[in-house]
Design a binder for this molecule. Sequence first.
Ligand SMILES: Nc1ncnc2c1ncn2[C@@H]1O[C@H](COP(=O)(O)OP(=O)(O)OP(=O)(O)O)[C@@H](O)[C@H]1O
Ligand SMILES: Nc1ncnc2c1ncn2[C@@H]1O[C@H](COP(=O)(O)OP(=O)(O)OP(=O)(O)O)[C@@H](O)[C@H]1O
Ligand SMILES: [Mg+2]
Ligand SMILES: [Mg+2]
Lengths: 259, 259
Amino acid sequence: MTQAYCLLSKKGGVGKTTFTLNCAHALAFSGFRVLLVDLDAQSNLTKHLLGKGKDGAFPRDPDRPDISKVMQQRCAAEDACLETGYTGLHLIAGSPDLDDLLLLNPRLAREPMRLRALLSPLFPSYDYVLIDCPPVLNWLTRMALMTAGDVIVPTQPEAYALQGLDDLVPWLDKMSSTAKLYRIVINMYRANTQLHQALSSQIEKAYPGRVAKQRVRLTIDLPEAARAGLSVFEHAPASLAAIDLFSLCFELFGLSPEA
Amino acid sequence: MTQAYCLLSKKGGVGKTTFTLNCAHALAFSGFRVLLVDLDAQSNLTKHLLGKGKDGAFPRDPDRPDISKVMQQRCAAEDACLETGYTGLHLIAGSPDLDDLLLLNPRLAREPMRLRALLSPLFPSYDYVLIDCPPVLNWLTRMALMTAGDVIVPTQPEAYALQGLDDLVPWLDKMSSTAKLYRIVINMYRANTQLHQALSSQIEKAYPGRVAKQRVRLTIDLPEAARAGLSVFEHAPASLAAIDLFSLCFELFGLSPEA
Ligand SMILES: Nc1ncnc2c1ncn2[C@@H]1O[C@H](COP(=O)(O)OP(=O)(O)OP(=O)(O)O)[C@@H](O)[C@H]1O
Ligand SMILES: Nc1ncnc2c1ncn2[C@@H]1O[C@H](COP(=O)(O)OP(=O)(O)OP(=O)(O)O)[C@@H](O)[C@H]1O
Ligand SMILES: [Mg+2]
Ligand SMILES: [Mg+2]
């Protein structure tokens, strides 16, 4: 039974891409088949996975299939599933064209099920599907919501990010007749600060039962791993970041620590 | 001679709102007249400045003038300049309606000078205008670019943010026939990490003459101040954050340290 998740937030820079990348690796290293979908015109996830050229250069390739071409039906979804060099980890690439997609295809704004229709035939080939989203709640991320069963919402325990949560949750309720399952994950947690302790408790009180027990601490290992083009499990396997993320995967996906 | 700036980035969560808020306070506290424009549907800047209710509650007010109504010409720009409780600091509020604006007024996508036409009559009343933008490069932030003379681009010295810079600079060149003046500011700088030192140097080499010498360090004082609904100059006036930001204002705006 394929489990599909979208990484969603209104607030920018809370860790959507970082979580997508590292959770995907934890799942693939544990033997599961994982499909990643990069729905962000920024395409950090794609550049991370495909940017293995000299100096992490990201080879521009106008012939590369990507999610924008899939959504315009200029290529078949199964032809867009790219190998990443990691066993069991495939990627449908993002593209800058995502920003112009609505101008090219205005109808997409009224077809919230389009992405689901195009991607769900692929699902039986994967155990997990993770969709990385841009920091926006709009027609495009609505499509992601309709495609995935569940939602993971990273957040910083800080004022502006909390304001983003207050916008996101009503939007989720508005977007689907049955409220989607969503889990909030506290990221960049600085345990030794009163602010983060207080706001983390505040989030847990405001969204009871929705907040992952595992908080992911602020650590230089995560951006270092991104810089190296690696998951934190490869770059810093004994780090607090690796431990936090693996525990998070256990909590979110039931991933067994014995794996 | 009014100086207008937009705070721009493709990458989310790099510090646009934090810089807008705190630089505006530094300027207003120094006796200048400052107009803030919140162009982000998230409206963190607006909620920060107007959210002085109990528990920082942000009073919903359908009659409040905001930038969305100004752009639809449902209210005059000068009527939208709200007092903030700080001398010399005015705000044109953001609104969630910014996300639907293009659906309501599709013509706006083809009128990049519209915002400038609506706001420039206000400029003579202010010494500085700062426009806080959402993390996107599109028709709306293009309007901000056309309205402001200069651009401030906060960035983290981390891989994904650097990828955002590589998208932003060509976009700036494409958007204006004379390349807009832009300054990159390194934010959330962790001086004791090899990663941040190396990537900061890399940014300086890639954008010679464009990167502010002053880097703003990662510090809990900035999110704490945001939580308190204050600028860092009020919340933690002797902090490294206050020093870094004031020095940055000196460098960016020629703000005198004797003020
Ligand atoms: N726990 C953490 N500790 C330290 N740095 C982190 C942590 N999580 C993420 N980061 C770093 O913070 C930055 C923002 O993270 P990321 O890009 O994953 O967020 P995002 O939500 O995908 O942003 P956007 O809204 O732009 O898509 C990145 O440079 C990333 O390496
Ligand atoms: N130098 C810093 N040190 C520590 N925290 C910071 C620093 N600068 C900003 N922050 C915090 O980081 C978070 C992101 O900053 P901010 O919201 O200003 O970024 P932004 O670019 O406006 O984000 P968005 O793309 O969502 O509009 C906020 O919680 C803010 O308080
Ligand atoms: Mg991202
Ligand atoms: Mg902001």
